[in-house]
Design a protein around this ligand. Structure first.
Ligand code: PMP
Length: 389
């Protein structure tokens, strides 16, 4: 079996999740809106899933909208808030967001909205002082501010508490794309100054095509999908019941994982991987090394190499890794996220991401440690002498 070190792209579904999805398809296939017993049984299981997710996030059930995943949640949060808060026309965000935030932001700018991009540090952190100054300046025109929680490429953790507090002080709703955070670090929405939060179940061993958007009580959002009273009139359409139930089970399992020593064990694996590569491969750069980082991610730069070439050879030899977001695979451009945080092009071009999960074994780390230095050596051997340094 190849070593799977691409868990920020997606994770393997937990066996309990698979059982729940199958039983929903096979046994409890009713429409939860139906009045009869098939419908009511499906409704019960959707309700239970909602409780399971809300327990993980520490929010109320009425504050959770099930969606088809983080991309839909991000679009709903951004468009839904900008519509609801018209005539305000300023959207504050940053250039390190996932494309599911960057693209809606770009479209808003094309439509004449004022999109303000906050500056970021070389480690990929948004500066709270810059947020404060922006909100001071644009005060009454800001409809929404959006900063992701954890970067999918580098694992850098944003100063969410500080950013959210500044938004609260300015009475500006604060949205965070928490797709790489939910299920991997504790998320206490009772304490976090966040008004909207998005996630996808498949990032924490749930099924694909399902996730959610937390919308804090009192925040008005204009629905983007009309067609029924589902999800308290905020997202029309028959629920993806197998997905939702799988998401609930995944949330419950994530809660158990977070209360044990799993994250510490994962961090030790990641650190062993990172430190050993740094020792074995001269000139390796760890991107965002100065930021607080998620326990599961390392983003390594090998100056003057091409990340695609590294990934192809790794894959051939049995290590699955990535460069940037899975959604941008196929492009030969260096990661726009790394460039936006000021990583030099020569390093960004040769950067790859290794990401672990609670299923990652020590043997997989050993495989990567055996194979990656060989791959880099081989590619360096093919470089013209001048660019090899
Ligand atoms: N936001 C972030 C930070 C992500 O990492 C991803 C998935 N790579 C998404 C949003 C989109 O998730 P999905 O494809 O499940 O909609």
């Amino acid at each position: 079996m190849p070593a799977y070190l691409d868990n920020n792209a997606t994770t393997q579904p937990a066996p309990q999740v698979i059982d729940a999805v199958v039983s929903m398809l096979r046994d409890d296939w009713g429409n939860p809106s139906s009045i009869h017993r098939f419908g009511q049984q499906a409704r019960r299981r959707v309700d239970l899933a909602r409780q399971q997710v809300c327990r993980l996030l520490h929010c109320q059930e009425r504050e959770l909208i099930f969606t088809s995943g983080a991309t839909e949640s991000n679009n709903l949060a951004i468009r839904g808030l900008l519509e609801a808060r018209a005539p305000r026309r300023t959207f504050v965000t940053d250039k390190l967001e996932h494309s599911a935030v960057r693209e809606p932001a770009r479209q808003l700018a094309e439509r004449g909205y004022n999109v303000v991009y906050l500056p970021v540090s070389p480690d990929g952190l948004v500066d709270p002082q810059a947020l404060k100054e922006t909100l001071d300046r644009h005060a009454d025109d800001v409809a929404l501010a959006a900063v992701h929680w954890i970067n999918n490429e580098t694992g850098a953790i944003q100063p969410l508490q500080e950013l959210g507090t500044i938004c609260r002080e300015h009475r500006v709703p604060f949205f965070t794309d928490a797709t790489q955070a939910v299920g991997k670090i504790p998320c206490d929405l009772a304490a976090l100054p966040v008004d909207l939060l998005s996630f996808s179940a498949h990032k924490f061993h749930g099924p694909k095509g399902v996730g959610g958007l937390f919308v804090r009580r009192g925040i008005k959002i204009t629905p983007q999908q009309l067609g029924g009273p589902h999800e308290r009139d905020r997202r029309g359409g028959t629920e993806n019941t197998p997905g939702v139930v799988g998401c609930g089970v995944a949330a419950e399992l994530a809660g158990q994982f977070l209360s044990g020593d799993g994250p510490a064990r994962g961090r030790a694996q990641r650190d062993r991987l990172e430190h050993s590569i740094l020792r074995a491969v001269p000139d390796t750069v760890v991107n965002s090394v100065g930021a607080p980082r998620l326990w599961n991610t390392t983003n390594l730069g090998f100056p003057a190499l091409e990340s695609e070439a590294i990934l192809v050879l790794l894959s051939e030899q049995g290590v699955c890794a990535a460069a940037g977001a899975a959604c941008s695979t196929g492009s030969l451009e260096p990661s726009p996220v790394l460039l936006a945080q000021g990583v030099p092009e020569k390093i960004a071009h040769g950067s790859i991401r290794l990401s672990l999960s609670r299923y990652t074994t020590d043997a997989e780390i050993d495989d990567a440690l055996r194979i990656l230095p060989r791959v880099v050596d081989k590619l360096r051997g093919t470089l013209p002498a001048a660019s090899a340094r």
